[in-house]
Design a protein around this ligand. Structure first.
Ligand code: NAI
Length: 328
């Protein structure tokens, strides 16, 4: 039997946690033959820790065959000890009267502490996925706070945007999602991200030819995907949680187990491709193999795409600028 892998999860008593933990314990993320130990981090608040203990009771009550251990923590260095995978989900939500800048700063403090803790105690090859918003900038901060770990191991979640785009395109062309390839999303996980189907195919046929409607791309598809998070809050009264957890499972699974040559979307530190400054955590098309991702290189960028890529990049660089003083 395989040795258990250690997965650390922050914000474990939150909404996304309530879906995510059970999916991981069920083997959806690491495979049905991979035992897992869950190391859960929450804020020290007594009520939140109590809620977390309730979630742990439910995990026990599922009697998952692959669940080899669970622990709860309020300290990042305890939670991240020897972690093979770290899912940074918990973050500071925007409170009443809080400016965007305050939000960025509050999160910068959290992700500085967590980056340092990972650097100190996690596995030297820990794979980090940041879900908590602003995800790309939080991932950047954690990466910069962990100089002893490989920068390439710090990623941000664009997979929910990717999956949203995928199901919209599949519905438009009347094909199952499994027929669609080479679809991806550029940029920041925010309303400025840019889903791009110019290279995508459905059962091998070019999607731009199947859709053949630039107005649909601009006036229907882009707005639906970029405003989907808001539409879910409006309908459900709460933000996307099960779909976000599913996207996190998809992201890590593909990263560790490989895409078999297929493209997906990950927010990863730029290698300078497509004019994105090196180190910027940006949504790119990637393929993965043997636990490593590769950015798909050399795609043609037309004027419309260039405008959208520049817009989402500008937002990311502004976010970075506003927290730069906190990175020593
Ligand atoms: P939630 O508010 O239900 O749960 C967040 C949990 O994180 C809370 O239990 C809170 O106590 C905890 N937390 C806060 N600071 C922490 C810290 N320093 N260490 C450990 N835990 C901490 O929120 P939900 O719905 O689970 O969402 C979590 C985050 O994911 C939010 O920032 C949300 O905006 C983001 N998100 C990102 C998506 C993406 O596609 N990248 C999609 C959906 C949500």
């Amino acid at each position: 039997a395989k040795a258990p892998m250690r997965v650390a999860i922050t914000g474990a008593a939150g909404q996304i946690g309530y879906s995510l933990l059970f999916r991981i314990a069920n083997g959806d993320m690491l495979g049905k033959d991979q035992p897992v130990i869950l190391q859960l981090l929450e804020i020290p608040d007594e009520k939140v820790q109590k809620a977390l203990s309730g979630v742990m009771m439910e995990l026990q009550d599922c009697a998952f065959p692959l669940l080899a251990g669970i622990s709860a923590h309020s300290d990042a260095t305890a939670a991240f000890k020897d972690a093979d995978v770290a899912l940074l989900v918990g973050s500071r939500p925007r409170g009443p009267g809080m400016e965007r800048k305050d939000l960025l700063e509050a999160n910068a403090r959290i992700f500085t502490v967590q980056g340092k803790a990972l650097d100190a105690v996690a596995s030297r090859n820990v794979k980090v996925l940041v879900v908590g918003n602003p995800a790309n900038t939080n991932a950047y901060i954690a990466m910069k706070s962990a100089p002893g770990l490989p920068s390439k191991n710090f990623t941000a979640m664009l997979r929910l945007d990717h999956n949203r785009a995928l199901s919209q395109v599949a519905a438009k062309v009347g094909k199952p999602v499994t027929a669609i390839e080479k679809l991806f999303v550029w940029g920041n996980h925010s309303s400025t991200m840019y889903p791009d189907y110019r290279f995508a195919t459905a059962d091998g046929q070019p999607i731009p030819e199947l859709i053949h409607d630039e107005a649909w791309n601009r006036d229907v598809f882009l707005p639906i995907v970029s405003k989907r998070g808001a539409a879910i809050i409006e309908a459900r009264g709460l933000s996307s949680a099960a779909s976000a957890a599913n996207a996190a499972v998809n992201h890590v699974r593909d990263w560790l187990l490989g895409t078999g040559g297929k493209w997906t979307t990950m927010g990863v530190p730029s290698d300078g491709a497509y004019g994105i400054p090196e180190g910027t955590i940006f949504g790119f098309p990637v393929t993965t193999e043997n636990g490593e991702y590769k950015i798909v290189q050399g795609l043609d960028i037309d004027t419309f795409s260039r405008e959208h890529i520049e817009q989402t990049l500008k937002e990311l660089l502004e976010e970075r600028e506003s927290i730069q003083h906190l990175l020593s």
